[in-house]
Ligand binder design. Sequence first.
Ligand code: ADP
Length: 612
Amino acid sequence: MTALQLVQGANNVLFLGIFVLVAINAYRRRTRTDVDAALLFGSLALILLVSPVTQLLGIPLSGALTLVIVAVLMALPYLMLRLLIDFSDVPLLVRAATLGGLIATVVVFATIGPALDPAVTLFIIGYFAAVSLYAAFGFVRLARRSSGVTRRRTQAVASGMGFFGLAILVASASTFAPSAAGFVSGATQVLALFAALSWVLGFVPPSQLRRYWQQPELRSFLERAGTLPRLPTTDAILLELERGTGASFGARAAIGLYRADAGVLTFANSYGAIPADVPVDGSSLAARVFRSQRAEYFIDAARANPENAAAYREAQVGPVLVAPITAGDRRIGVLETFAEHQPVFSSDDLALVELLADQAAVILESRALIDEAARVQAQEAAARLKEDFVSAAAHDLKTPLTTLLGQAQILELRAGRDAELAPHQPAISRIAREARRLSALVEDLLDASRIEEGKLEVRREPVDVAELLRHVAERPRPHKDRVVFQANGRLAGSFDRRRIEQLLDNLVENGLKYSDGGSKVEIRAWREDGEIRITVKDHGIGIPAADQPHVFDRFHRASNVDARKYAGIGLGLYICRGIAQEHGGRIWVESALGQGSTFHVALPGAAEGKPN
Ligand code: ADP
């Protein structure tokens, strides 16, 4: 086998191989571009196969068959032009001239036969080379407009067409210089091999090569991506992401963020191609992709979404690539890229837009986390400020209030004995009562501050909780007979008596306060699993389910509490929890709205008979 035969064989294999692969793509995707590519390589394969097959089968090349081959051969330039038309605007005159040239050459062959006048031959060769080279330059221009893999592939297609045009020119030289036929044939085969290799890279590149081609775009995008979450506003981040994505595609890009409250995707910059707010249950391309969570390529946006056709046309949008932006199972939005013309290789672009959408998800998610951290920090700072203020105010109020209360109590005592003061007794009592109330409030504020700062002191001593509870239950109060108490034997433990009493008082007072005058507040205490368990149950207004996890938070009052009817500032339960936790215990509530609440306390208790 000579070197020439080897090159020829390689050419045949390559062209056939490309044809098979593009034919599979065309069958799978059925886009106009894939079909046009399959037609081009199908024609080439036919021309290459015809002579070995007819030789093998011993079929003579009839005139009709020759004419078919010639027609297919002459159609090659036209098919190349068709590929170019798919991606860019080719002037009508060029299209018409190419089609006219094709028809004219076929007619000439059909009427005159293969023995052509040299002038006609020259015309045909000129036509062939001119159209091939026009298509080649068209693809060069296209390559310049695009970037990444698309640019490399377009360049490869362009050089394939260039080499092919040259191969035809060189091949035709043998017509004019028959003596150089050997050299010409070799040069033609080598040029055809270059064309074939270029087209392999252009039309069916290996995936490693695609990845390698994609790297520079991706790297520059990722390099910028790291700094994006720190931009001052989310809008600035969106703009940068859109710019980066657009640059990677040589197209425009827009990001729509999902707003769950309004059920829309909001586009900050939509280039007039899409409305600013797109309902997610609508027919728009963004909404469809958002619902299916699958990236999609729409060859013609106007046809895919006729409702928005006018806007697409106005904004000169043809094909659209849309990918969902999703972090884990959190749907953030969609990334759309739109171009004037079809991207040359949509499958690569779809993979890239998905990759960039994933990156966008990471960036937007980090941004959300930064925002959240800032919000929490600001909230904490505000709470600390409030805390400092409340604590300072309570400290300053404490001394004058103690004096006020002391004086009021002395006056109260004197009013009982002194006839002169007797008429003022009701007023004096009121002053004393309100001073007591104020002083209790200030004590609560100070306790809450101590708990907040982890400075609630617990002075432990042996305490019988059952006895303490009885004392609380029997304390003189306006509705004393409403409190029912039940406990068996001693419930000994080591606690701060005053604090535990404060906790129980608080629960009982709440039980009385948040229920109507007739109902009972039941206190039970028992020992269970080494703990002392206490429940305070009422049949009052209850606590809405949504509030139950928060009633032990500072200043939280449930939504069913009317502040005019029930006095309070929402500190009692916070202090109760602080006291329980300081003793190594727990507190929780079970409640049904409108039926009542049961507060549970569990304290670590000594086993029976043993001191704790
Ligand atoms: P305050 O009673 O001053 O509002 P607390 O910290 O004692 O503050 O209680 C917090 C909130 O929990 C109350 O505002 C009320 O909404 C709810 N709550 C507490 N105890 C009861 C109860 N026994 N029944 C119904 N709601 C209660």
